[in-house]
Write a protein that binds this ligand. Structure first.
Ligand SMILES: [Zn+2]
Length: 261
């Protein structure tokens, strides 16, 4: 289902002989060559916007010039470029902060388009072969996700998403906001099940943060805390969270603790 965005992003990379990290200027050039004009100016209440022409293949992309973090700026532009390529003339899009956190493919039609644009941006900035180059054979940790994000110049959230698609250590990612689980994603081979609640486990790092503002880093926890249907098998998980300052959200990485017992 998610593959259309990945396919289109890979075609673009191939067509324009882009093999490594992609920079902001290159995304601007790709937009120009595909008739999407780009400008930067303040947009009230949104970070990116695309207006389509109903009579041609042209569009006008605006990126909010108040964004002062380059990886975010790149991601927003790539996301709007994704709308240009995938959703031409369907409607105009005004994309707000929460649209850039829509990673749930099982969403309503409008949300699905945001999901697709996010997925396109992640694939354009962080294709499978580069994610593998950077992460293969390395131990899993939040710092590996930060390396991935830094080396390819993409947002930290997209680094987690791409790792769950292409990384080699089974893991589970929980994105929570305002005290509740907003979405989860995992590698195909993470076998402990799927969270179907929106409540966070008591004493989990994101729960502690939302309850009293304390930012706990890496911990070892019982798998049963997160996955109560498991039964108590004594299995332990590593749990490591990062706290996103721009709004009240936490990304938590869970993976099996190999050295328990
Ligand atoms: Zn959008």
């Amino acid at each position: 289902m998610s593959n259309r965005a990945a396919r289109v992003a890979n075609q673009i990379r191939k067509e324009f002989f882009i093999h490594g990290r992609i920079d902001l200027g290159e995304i601007e050039d790709l937009c120009a060559v595909r008739n999407a004009f780009v400008k930067y100016e303040q947009i009230d209440g949104a970070q990116g916007r695309i207006l389509f022409s109903g009579a041609s293949d042209k569009s006008m992309i605006t990126v909010d010039d108040c964004i002062d973090y380059l990886p975010k700026e790149k991601f927003v532009l790539a996301h709007e470029f994704g709308h240009h390529l995938l959703h031409k003339q369907l409607m105009n899009f005004v994309c707000q902060e929460y649209d850039f956190n829509k990673w749930n493919k099982n969403s309503s039609r409008t949300d699905y388009r945001e999901y697709e644009a996010n997925n396109f941006a992640a694939e354009l900035l962080m294709p499978k072969y580069l994610v593998r180059d950077i992460t293969s054979g390395k131990g899993l940790s939040v710092s590996l996700m930060e390396d991935l994000s830094d080396e390819l110049g993409s947002s930290i959230t997209s680094a987690y998403i791409q790792y769950t698609k292409y990384g080699d250590i089974p893991c589970y990612v929980v994105f929570s906001e305002n005290g509740l689980i907003e979405w989860v994603t995992k590698t195909d081979d993470f076998y402990l099940g799927f969270l179907d609640e929106e409540d966070l486990p008591i004493n989990s790092t994101p729960k502690v943060f939302f309850d009293n503002g304390k930012k706990k880093k890496k911990e070892v926890c019982d798998a049963i805390d997160w996955f109560p249907k498991l039964g108590d098998e004594g299995l332990l998980l590593n749990e490591e969270s990062i706290y996103l300052d721009s709004y009240s959200s936490v990304i938590t990485l869970l993976w099996i603790c190999e050295d328990y017992g």
